[in-house]
Design a protein around this ligand. Structure first.
Ligand code: HPA
Ligand SMILES: [Zn+2]
Length: 329
């Protein structure tokens, strides 16, 4: 059995495997611009974040009904559970669905059908995090938060994703303030392709509690010192970084140096259907390619539960941490 872990950086739309995409396309009468799953998989050769996003948004055309979102989440939770995920904090991108005429309620209720029974079915506890698309306007983000109003009992926090460069965190100051006033937790992608200044801005202007990716923080020693001092968790996604060419090869990934520097790193899958692996695959890859010790792997697993939004259930967090401590490699 793989080491128990929490997955804190996972886009549910990025778990759409080619087989399910074709199944949903047939169910909904949608024609995909690929003859079969093999041809679709061949399209997964990315140059950067934008080339991935183009395919990611395009394939969402097959997601139309509550049942589609339920099936998507259920398939992810089954795969995650098999790889040792005990708790998953799941991002979703409502603007990408609203723009196609799919209502907020369809998305949230559909996901919730799977999430609501996930503990019983898969042994995985869950949280839902609504992400704003940073290449859309601040007004659009505000409207999206308003549309989520009826579903806030099911949403733990807000995040910020999509094309990073040219869309600094400060653009979303007002909507993050509104989210905080509603009692929502705050995270944001920063320092994936964007500069270390975006990480600082996400902390100072948006008040984020975790930084998604945060990889380019390593370029700024003062920022690294601050992240260490303030124990800010970074949700790293090593296989994503390789596929989107944020690092040249996995062997070049700065994770070992980041752990050595005292950063609170976690390892996650980001968009596992597109990037070649789920959470456990990412753990296995960094362990074998980067030569992490068993104690470093245990630290990564512990960090994932420490950084999880489990403040309303400390008993559960303690139970998960005890499972990590008792794990025998
Ligand atoms: O890795 C990512 N980065 C930014 N936006 C995203 N949306 C889905 N995946 C990603
Ligand atoms: Zn991401």
């Amino acid at each position: 059995m793989p080491i128990p872990k929490a997955e804190l950086h996972l886009h549910i739309e990025g778990t759409l495997e080619p087989e399910l995409a074709f199944e949903l396309a047939a169910r909904n009468g949608v024609t995909l611009p690929y003859p079969d799953t093999a041809a679709l998989r061949e399209a997964y050769a990315f140059d950067d974040l934008q080339s991935f996003l183009d395919l990611y948004y395009g394939l969402m055309a097959v997601l139309r009904t509550e049942r589609d979102f339920e099936d998507l989440a259920d398939a992810y939770l089954a795969r995650a559970a098999a790889q040792g995920v005990r708790h998953a904090e799941i991002f979703f991108d409502p603007q990408a669905h609203l723009a196609r005429g799919v209502a907020m309620g369809t998305v949230v209720e559909g996901l919730w059908r799977a999430l609501g029974r996930s503990e019983a079915t898969h042994g995985v506890s869950t949280r839902l995090i609504l992400c704003f698309l940073r290449d859309e306007s601040a007004d659009s983000a505000a409207r999206t938060l308003a549309a989520a109003g009826p579903y806030l009992d099911r949403i733990t926090g807000v995040g910020l994703d999509s094309a990073e460069v040219g869309h600094p965190p400060a653009k979303f100051r007002a909507v993050y303030e509104a989210a905080a006033a509603l009692g929502l937790r705050r995270v944001a992608h920063a320092g994936e392709e964007g500069p270390p200044e975006y990480v600082t801005e996400a902390l100072d202007v948006l008040g984020v509690e975790r930084v998604d990716h945060g990889l380019r923080s390593v370029e700024d020693p003062a920022l690294v010192a601050r992240l260490v001092r303030e124990r800010i968790p970074l949700t790293l996604c090593p296989l994503s970084n390789v596929r989107l060419r944020t690092v040249d090869t996995l062997a070049d990934h700065p994770l070992p140096a980041m752990l050595e520097a005292g950063l609170m790193c976690t390892v996650n899958s980001d968009d596992p259907a597109y990037f070649g692996g789920y959470a456990g695959d990412n753990f296995d890859a960094v362990r074998s390619v980067l030569g992490l010790t068993e104690e470093s792997v245990r630290e990564l697993a512990r960090n994932s539960f420490v950084a999880a939004f489990l403040d309303d259930d400390e008993e559960r967090r303690a139970r998960y941490l005890a499972e990590v401590d008792a794990y025998v490699f």
